[in-house]
Design a protein around this ligand. Structure first.
Ligand code: AR6
Length: 168
C-alpha cells in the first residue's frame, strides 16, 4: 500500500485525480476550491454547473481541464459544529466515496487536501487521523485502488499526517 504526505499546492500534482474540498453548490469558493478552479480554467465551472450540487459526504467527478490531473473529484466535507453532529462519519464518507470514485474511474494515483480543515474549521489532528485511517482501510479492502498522496498546505499539517502514517 502506497500512502504518503507532502507539503505543497495540490493544483501542481501530476496524478490521475485530485480531490477538491468543495461546498454543496459545487460552484467554486475560496481555499483549495478557489485554487483548483483558477488553475483548471473556466471550463471546470461550466462542467460543475451540469452536476447540480453534491450532498455533504458524497463525491462527484469532472475533467481536470488545464490542471496536470486528468480528473477532479469534488467532495463536500462537513462544517465543524463541535463534533456531536456526525462530523467524523461525514468526513470519513468523503474519503471513502472519493476513493471509490477514483477506483471506478481507473485512477492509479490520487491526491487529497486536508478536507474541512480550513473554512469548515475541522480540528486538523482529528481530520488527519480520519483521512489516514479511512484511506488505509479502503486500500486494505481494495488493493487495486489508487496510490494516495495527502497534500498539506503547511509543514505543521504535514507533521500531523506523518505522525498518523507512522502508526501501524
Ligand atoms: N493545495 C493544497 N491544500 C490547500 C490549497 C492548495 N492549493 N489551498 C488551501 N489548502 P479549505 P474546507 C488547504 O478552506 O475547510 C471553500 O470556499 C487549507 O490550508 O479550502 O473543506 C469551499 O468552496 C486547508 O488545510 O476547505 C467551501 O465553501 C485545506 O486545504 C469551503 O471552502 C482545506 O481548506 C470548504 O472548506
Amino acid at each position: 500500500m502506497e500512502l504518503r504526505a507532502v507539503t505543497g499546492d495540490i493544483t501542481k500534482l501530476q496524478v490521475d485525480a485530485i480531490v477538491n474540498a468543495a461546498n454543496t453548490s459545487l460552484l467554486g469558493g475560496g481555499g483549495v476550491d478557489g485554487a483548483i478552479h483558477r488553475a483548471a480554467g473556466p471550463e471546470l465551472l461550466a462542467e460543475c454547473r451540469t452536476l447540480h450540487g453534491c450532498p455533504t459526504g458524497q463525491a462527484k467527478a469532472t475533467g481536470g481541464y488545464c490542471l496536470p490531473a486528468r480528473y477532479v473529484i469534488h467532495t463536500v466535507g462537513p462544517v465543524w459544529h463541535g463534533g456531536g453532529h456526525g462530523e467524523a462519519e461525514l468526513l470519513a464518507d468523503c474519503y471513502r466515496n472519493s476513493m471509490a470514485l477514483a477506483l471506478e474511474l481507473g485512477c492509479r494515483t490520487a491526491a487529497f487536501p486536508a478536507i474541512s480543515t480550513g473554512v469548515y474549521r475541522y480540528p486538523p489532528d482529528q481530520a488527519a487521523r480520519i483521512a489516514v485511517d479511512t484511506v488505509r482501510r479502503f486500500l486494505e479492502e481494495h488493493p487495486e485502488g489508487p496510490q494516495v498522496t495527502f497534500v498539506c498546505f503547511d509543514a505543521r499539517t504535514e507533521d500531523l499526517y506523518q505522525a498518523q502514517l507512522a502508526e501501524l
